[in-house]
Design a binder for this molecule. Structure first.
Ligand SMILES: Cc1cc2nc3c(=O)[nH]c(=O)nc-3n(C[C@H](O)[C@H](O)[C@H](O)COP(=O)(O)OP(=O)(O)OC[C@H]3O[C@@H](n4cnc5c(N)ncnc54)[C@H](O)[C@@H]3O)c2cc1C
Length: 640
């Protein structure tokens, strides 16, 4: 049984905590760093940034990714931008304001000290990326340009057209490759972590499968860093890359790492609506489009007219009407629920009546075609290619979709999980965004974690291990986990049932979306909790995994990931059921204000729910990290 949670938040005033903490931590001298091995799993922005920085500092780093190149990590898909409190626009931004917006945006369910540090570090990230040559957009005077994202009244989002993630990842990747060339970083592409190994309660290494040959191998190190991304694909349909999954953090959870707030998932308001039941992927239209696009539905139910035939007086710009102060730039959870309400009321648009309009005609009149093209051309092109409709002429149709997961493994202020030596970065951890992440803050957090936080905090753990070699992979602790992994893989191949892995994944996705999606209730969650275990049993009795272990086998890869989703999603629903309040993206229909907004219960739920694994089909144990707020006053969120 795991004891009390200590978030290790440093004492002292909020603004000084990070400086004080770094001053009081143990360090590892430059000449000693090469005596430490660190495993980093994941080469998205968080993992690549961490591995490159640790390599540059002189540690011996081994990096793993299941992609064929680190550059293919899901981070490359990020479109809109990255926040930083530079206040280049002179519009009133500051570290204080970014901190406040993030705490409020997360509906007061994040740890103050982490969020403050994130806001402080945000300004360093931009400098670092510019130094790497990331081509951020610039204004006519040469200064970096910014735009606005939801939940903020300032313009603090730095961007590179609609390809910000790609450009940032290329920067991190170059830094990583430089270290690979210098020999401090060893790259292992097309290798998947299938389990985590602990020795005497500490992280000792990982067990992997080579995706091309099927070879299982153990790797040991003084510390293990998981930067393996989010679990939104539990829902099957999401905006995430198809390969994003929960396996790394779920396996760590099964070995003792606590899973925090797994029910905090984000539904993004501006995605292309699904066009049929067999779709396998949803596409995001960046939040940046809400800078210039106006969201509306026809006032009349079931209005079949084409949008340009509907006069202004018969349109409902429902976000501008309901939230005049923030308008189309309200946070994602608020915008998503508002769109759902319109569609549920029968005012949806498009062939399936499952969308709302995102209209650029005003912007085209105000700014002209060229300016709109300059800002959004690749997004417009993508939309046109997918839907066959030209957004320069016809409004886009959008609808909310699963996009990001605020939950993840619990970490302390040092980004270490409750398992000593196991660190978790980026979307894989639970930190910083509370119950709702603001747009353009994931890239900020991933890069803050990787470039700046971990390299400073890991020393405190490693310093005590100076002179100790890592646990050898010949240790029985590794052999035991390897056996388990092999058994698992053999088991999946042996079922030889009748249904495909995708069939099970789609079924699970439907259960989650219908019962633990944009709205949840005690009844719907109990229903899901009744449906998931039998579906899991059926999977293990009837899944058909084609091929064999010894070759490249994507069906086998998927089977392992879906098996883990089937275990994880039960915890997600359980967490959602236990949290008898609404906050951010967690909207319990029983807990809403008269105006249909999320109604928190600060007296009873102002904590991080961190769950301990006790076995499949067993009830997990709840640990609470109480959230104290010194700098902000808790209040009902308002964007009016
Ligand atoms: C379409 C889209 C657009 C977005 N746009 C923005 C935006 O504009 N601004 C913003 O701030 N955020 C945006 N986000 C969110 C943001 O992109 C992600 O939260 C962020 O990139 C996650 O980075 P990461 O490094 O944590 O993980 P990822 O980029 O997901 O990387 C995970 C890495 O882990 C590896 N991995 C995972 N599991 C294993 C395993 N078991 N074994 C080996 N390797 C493994 C993968 O190979 C990969 O290298 C967007 C998200 C989406 C879906």
């Amino acid at each position: 049984m795991i004891g009390d949670l200590d978030a290790k938040v440093p004492a002292g005033p909020l603004a000084d905590k990070w400086d004080n903490h770094r001053f009081h931590e143990k360090l590892v001298a430059p000449a000693n760093r090469r005596r430490f091995d660190v495993i980093v799993v994941g080469t998205g922005l968080a993992g690549a940034a961490a591995a490159a920085t640790l390599g540059e500092l002189g540690y011996r780093v081994k990096v793993f990714t299941f992609h064929d190149s680190p550059r293919r990590a899901h981070s490359i898909a990020a479109q809109g931008g990255i926040n930083a409190a530079k206040n280049y626009k002179n519009d009133g931004d500051s570290i204080e304001r970014l901190f406040y917006d993030t705490i409020k945006g997360g509906d007061y369910r994040s740890r103050e000290a982490n969020v403050y540090r994130l806001a402080q570090i945000s300004v360093e990230i931009i400098d670092q990326c510019v130094a790497q040559g990331v081509p951020f957009a610039r204004e006519y005077g040469g200064l970096l340009d910014t735009r606005s994202f939801g939940g903020a009244q300032v313009s603090r989002t730095f961007y590179a057209r609609g390809q910000t993630g790609q450009q940032l990842l290329l920067g991190a990747y170059q830094a990583l490759e430089r270290q690979a060339h210098l020999g401090t970083v060893e790259l292992h592409p097309r290798v998947e972590l299938l389990d985590v190994v602990l020795k005497d309660g500490r992280a000792a290494g990982i067990v992997t499968r080579d995706l091309v040959t099927g070879e299982m191998r153990s790797h040991s190190a003084h510390a293990v860093v998981l930067a393996t991304g989010g679990y939104g694909n539990a829902f099957y349909l999401s905006t995430n890359a198809k390969n994003s999954n929960v396996t790394a953090i779920w396996r760590a959870h099964r070995r003792g790492a606590l899973m925090a707030n797994p029910c905090f998932t984000q539904i993004h308001p501006t995605c292309i609506p699904a066009s049929d039941d067999f779709q396998s992927k949803l596409t995001l239209m960046s939040e940046s489009l809400r800078n210039d696009g106006r969201i509306w539905v026809p006032q009349q139910m079931d209005d079949r007219r084409s949008p340009d035939q509907i006069p202004e007086s018969e349109r409902d710009y429902f976000l501008e009407r309901r939230y005049p102060a923030f308008g189309n730039l309200v946070p994602r959870d608020v915008a998503s629920r508002a769109a759902k309400r319109e569609v549920d009321a029968g005012r949806g648009v498009g062939p399936l009546k499952n969308g709302v309009y995102l209209d650029f005609s005003d912007a085209m009149r105000r700014l002209g075609h060229d300016a709109v093209e300059e800002r959004y051309s690749n997004l417009f092109q993508m939309y046109d290619r997918i839907t066959g409709e030209d957004p320069y002429v016809v409004p886009m149709r959008i609808y909310p979709a699963v996009h990001y997961t605020m939950g993840g493994l619990w970490v302390d202020y040092n980004l270490m999980s409750n398992v000593p030596g196991l660190y978790v970065l980026g979307e894989a951890n639970f930190s910083d965004h509370g119950a709702n992440r603001l747009g353009a803050s994931a890239l900020m957090q991933g890069l803050a974690d990787g470039y700046f936080v971990l390299p400073n905090t890991i020393t405190d753990y490693l310093a005590d291990l100076l002179g100790d070699p890592p646990v050898p992979t010949s240790d029985p602790a590794f052999a035991a986990v390897e056996d388990e992994v092999e058994e698992r893989v053999r088991g999946l191949l042996a079922v030889n049932g009748t249904r495909s892995v995708d069939w099970f994944h789609r079924e699970l996705g439907k259960v989650l979306w219908d019962n633990c999606g944009m709205e949840r209730s005690a009844d719907s969650l109990k229903k899901a909790l009744g449906e998931i275990p039998p579906l899991r049993d059926e999977f293990h009795a009837d899944v058909r995994v084609l091929g064999e272990n010894e070759t490249f086998n994507q069906s086998l890869e998927k089977a392992g990931r879906v098996a883990d989703f089937l275990e994880f999603s039960e915890l997600m629903c359980l967490d959602a059921l236990h949290r008898e309040e609404s906050c951010g993206g967690h909207f319990r229909v029983e807990h809403q204000t008269e105006e249909g907004e999320a109604l928190r219960d600060d007296d009873n739920f102002s904590y991080v729910a961190a769950w301990e694994f006790t076995g499949v089909d067993e009830k997990p144990v709840l640990h609470k990290e109480e959230l104290g707020f010194e700098a902000v006053e808790l209040s009902q969120r308002s964007y009016k």
